[in-house]
Ligand binder design. Structure first.
Ligand SMILES: Cc1ncc(COP(=O)(O)O)c(C=O)c1O
Length: 423
């Protein structure tokens, strides 16, 4: 089955995945499904080292895996780190930046808890000022509306822009390159929560222009739980990001010298200090998970990352149209009119009464009944909406390469009937 995956049909590719045959998985925004082969790698490598003589330390630097994964994202081994998840990567970046009292970070209220809690810790520990903007929501939002919000929040004390590539609550794909260019114009460091980007987007991390991108390995990339990818800019390619490398302390490192200083970081496109090694070496490593994540990435390359991205977005447009037809565009929190902001995560208000958007119990029950009565797996999200006195709650579905049109149609029809019953 492996040979020629690029030529395989989507139904053949679906059979690669360890999916429950009776369930509809529309929740890759939370966790993907592993291919059988990836599961086998976890098992095989675990057996190889358990009770054996394999040294679990040297493979901890994963040079080949990092090089191979890096190639898939247009970067080199020194810029790529295998982490335990997006949260760990973000925490190591946020606390590794050289921020002092009074420095400002601009972020959004639609960030994952993993970002906002770490920034709040930074505020309490070091007196860093965290400026939180509320992102616009709804079908008609445009990329310019998003960039304007960030631009208006920047002051002469701002040092960092921190934002999700794709937000988990409303599934908004932020205009990443435009935000990075805004940061470049103001001399700011860019920290991207890319939890949902890896395995969805066929992208060149360097060309996005960010300093850091922390991704989950277990969502769209379909690696094991407890895996992540972290891109750290380690060379200056002025066409992508003309700023010097930001000062960065690789916290949690067994590679950082015990005496003396590490080599200076480069000011050119030639590496002078392998920051990836400093971050990768952090005690004994989960080598089975690292190997399995590398295999998942390889499978993606074999299927074709361009092909996967097209498939994911084509299914998303199918789902978006079905949701819009059934519930109306006014019920949608996810952008739709501006193609640049669309992602495969679609959040909407399912009930007739708009006031139910504040009723967490009802939205949670909707999602839970989809699962218990219909075996349709989605999730609900909560987020603030400009001008609203309360948080809003939405149902959210996510499409991935293993989904198909028929199950999306069925799921949206079921959602329509259930919402009607509950309205
Ligand atoms: C945007 C976003 N950031 C961060 C996370 C946390 O990811 P992880 O479990 O890999 O730490 C999630 C999880 O859903 C997410 O959607």
């Amino acid at each position: 089955m492996e040979a020629g995956l690029r030529a395989r049909s989507w139904s053949e590719i679906r059979s690669l995945f360890a999916l429950d045959a009776d369930a509809t998985h529309l929740n890759t925004g939370t966790v993907g499904a592993m291919p059988h082969e990836v599961l086998d790698v976890v098992d095989r490598v675990t057996r190889e080292w358990t009770g054996g003589l394999l040294d679990v330390y040297p493979p901890g630097l994963y040079p080949e895996h990092r090089a191979a994964i890096g190639r898939s994202y247009g970067v080199d081994q020194d810029e790529m780190v295998i982490t335990h998840n997006a949260t760990e990567g973000m925490a190591r970046v946020i606390h590794g930046l050289d921020l002092r009292e009074g420095d400002e970070v601009v972020t959004t209220s639609h960030e994952c808890y993993s970002v906002l809690s770490n920034l709040n810790l930074l505020r309490h520990r070091h007196g860093v000022v965290v400026t939180v903007v509320t992102l616009p929501t709804g079908f008609d939002v445009r990329a310019e509306d998003v960039v304007e919000r960030f631009a208006a929040a920047i002051t002469p004390r701002t040092k960092v822009l921190a934002f999700a590539g794709i937000t988990l609550f409303t599934g908004t794909m932020l205009p990443i390159r435009a935000l990075c260019e805004l940061a470049h114009r103001h001399g700011l460091t860019t920290v991207i929560d890319g939890a949902l980007m890896a395995g969805m987007l066929d992208c060149d991390f360097r060309a996005l222009g960010a300093d850091f991108i922390s991704c989950s390995g277990s969502k769209f990339q379909c690696g094991p739980l407890g895996t992540g990818l972290l891109y750290v800019r380690n060379k200056v390619h002025p066409e992508h990001n003309p700023l010097p490398l930001p000062a960065f302390w690789p916290i949690i490192s067994t590679w950082y010298p015990m005496q003396g200083t590490p080599p200076p970081r480069t000011t050119t496109s030639v590496e002078s200090c392998n920051i990836g090694d400093f971050l990768q070496s952090a005690g004994s490593a989960s080598i089975a998970r690292g190997a399995a994540l590398a295999r998942a990435c390889e499978l993606w390359d074999e299927i074709g990352r361009d092909r996967i991205e097209r498939r994911v977005f084509e299914l998303a447009e199918h789902a978006r149209t079905a949701v819009a037809e059934r519930f109306g565009t006014a019920a949608m929190y996810s952008p739709g009119a501006d193609q640049r902001l669309r992602s495969p995560l679609i959040a909407f208000h399912p009930f007739r009464d708009p006031a139910d958007a504040w009723n967490v119990k009802k939205v949670a029950e909707f999602v839970s009944r989809l699962e218990s009565e219909h075996r349709i797996w989605t999730r609900w999200t909560e987020f603030d909406v400009e001008g609203s006195p309360h948080q809003h709650y939405a149902a959210r579905l996510t499409t991935h390469l293993f989904n198909d049109h028929a199950e999306i149609d069925r799921a949206v029809a079921v959602m329509g009937r259930l919402a009607e019953q509950m309205s």
